[in-house]
Design a protein around this ligand. Structure first.
Ligand SMILES: Cc1cc2nc3c(=O)[nH]c(=O)nc-3n(C[C@H](O)[C@H](O)[C@H](O)COP(=O)(O)OP(=O)(O)OC[C@H]3O[C@@H](n4cnc5c(N)ncnc54)[C@H](O)[C@@H]3O)c2cc1C
Length: 410
């Protein structure tokens, strides 16, 4: 039966919901809304876009709405959801009725620092935000930058600004870069590489507030010292976009809570991507995972459920990568276990974390060809005692050898 599906958000989660659904049905009307004035884009490709001028970030093409038979409305912000009347409301008080609703509103900058709301504090969390940052740099007004935070978005910004000729200082309150994903050794490697690029990375350096009178001018540290930069950037984390939930009855904690079909607590309303909390595949712990492969998979699951194909979500993965260093880095799963296997490969490393003979995490620097095979092993969660020594062989992960090893033991 044809229905009207409304999707709030045109990031990877919303886009993949549509593409999956359209594989099964072209009768239903689909409306996709985005608060931003852009065609659908992929945030991980923004750095390449600004470095090369390519349209890599417009990954599905500007004709995507037409090809998908979608009524695409950009620059429309949803401010409330009224489930009793199956209606949503925009910032201009227009209303739109839905039969099925998908919340795919992603996440935004989380900067729990006094003064972070002031003009003059930039971020890179959306294409619009990144454009205004890069515009400031390209105008020639900013020769120095101060970045608060060395998580993966902060690292991407630092590398981009270096390439654009800006002298970058980056502060991180913890004792390593990318603390959420990288183990200490991989982090030290990444940091050394950043320093070689000219980024002044300062660890154990905690920001207290942005200073300035109406416009941010510097960052005061816990030590009392004030650091300045022509451009000040917050890269302190992300939080789900869910302001519009008030009064809707949709349950949420830090992110929206969903069941194993990614349905919210309200019938006919699904939620996907960075805006939801989902159980971790490895630990079962529920939190906002905020990475692209999870957003894509969740979009796929909801697209199938909307099409009437009953599909459970198996849980989220943890992974991250940095490709703009001299050597690529991939970190997947946990960064601890009861056994650590490590080998040097060329200029890089392969580190594996095992728990009771099961692969629970790995970090690759340089030669990342084993990533696919290791991911398969990790997701299978089976006992790998018989093959674990082979996982350190340089050739493991290359073509048929890896698959022979995996298939051979199962
Ligand atoms: C610089 C950068 C680099 C990244 N690199 C990687 C990487 O290398 N690997 C990786 O796995 N992940 C990476 N990520 C994370 C990844 O981009 C996100 O996990 C992914 O984009 C989440 O998709 P989403 O569709 O849930 O949300 P988003 O991509 O955030 O899209 C949200 C959409 O909702 C819209 N929206 C929000 N609020 C409203 C509203 N009230 N009304 C209407 N529309 C609204 C927005 O305009 C947007 O269209 C990166 C993110 C950034 C910012």
């Amino acid at each position: 039966m044809a229905t009207h599906i409304v999707i709030i958000g045109a990031g990877p989660a919303g886009v993949n919901t549509v593409e999956t659904y359209r594989a099964f049905d072209w009768q239903s009307e689909i409306t996709v809304l985005s608060a931003e004035p852009h065609p659908p884009y992929s945030p991980p490709a923004m750095v390449d876009h600004f470095l090369t001028g390519s349209d890599a970030h417009l990954w599905r093409g500007v004709d995507w709405p037409h090809r998908m038979g979608v009524d695409y409305r950009s620059g429309v912000t949803i401010t409330s959801i009224e489930p009793s009347s199956h209606r949503i409301r925009t910032q201009t008080s227009e209303t739109l009725d839905y039969d099925q609703l998908v919340i795919a509103t992603g996440s935004r900058l989380y900067a729990p620092l006094e003064g972070a709301e002031m003009p003059g504090v930039y971020n890179f969390k959306s294409l619009s935000a990144a454009e205004s940052l890069v515009k400031r740099v390209k105008s020639g007004e900013a020769h120095t930058a101060l970045i608060v935070g060395a998580g993966f978005i902060g690292m991407e910004i630092a590398l981009l600004l270096c390439e654009l000729g800006v002298q970058v200082t980056q502060i991180e309150m913890l004792d390593q870069v990318m603390p959420a994903m990288l183990d200490a050794q991989t982090a030290a490697f990444a940091q050394k590489n950043m320093r070689q690029r000219g980024v002044d990375v300062r660890l154990n350096t905690k920001a207290r507030r942005f200073t300035g009178d109406g416009r941010a001018e510097g960052v005061e540290l816990e030590s009392g010292l004030v650091l300045r930069g022509d451009i000040l950037i917050a890269a302190t984390g992300v939080r789900p976009n869910l302001d519009f939930l008030e009064g809707s009855g949709i349950a949420h904690r830090w992110g929206i809570t969903v069941n194993d079909h990614l349905l919210t607590s309200v019938p006919e309303i699904y939620a996907v991507g960075d805006v939801i909390e989902t159980p971790d595949k490895l630990t079962g712990e529920s939190f906002v995972h905020a990475i692209l492969p999870n957003a894509m998979e969740q979009g796929r699951v909801v697209g199938l459920n909307l099409a009437g194909i009953d599909t459970r979500y198996e849980g989220a993965e943890r992974m991250n990568s940095l490709k703009h260093l001299d050597l690529p880095i991939i970190a997947v799963g946990l960064k601890q276990g009861d056994e650590v296997l490590r080998t040097r490969l060329g200029d890089g490393y392969r580190t594996l974390y095992l728990q009771e003979d099961r692969l629970v995490g790995y970090q690759l620097i340089g030669d990342i060809r084993a990533a696919g095979a290791l991911r398969t092993l990790l997701n299978r969660g089976e006992n790998i005692h018989k093959i674990k020594d082979r996982l350190l062989e340089p050739t493991f992960g290359q073509g048929s050898l890896a698959w022979a090893a995996i298939e051979g033991y199962s």
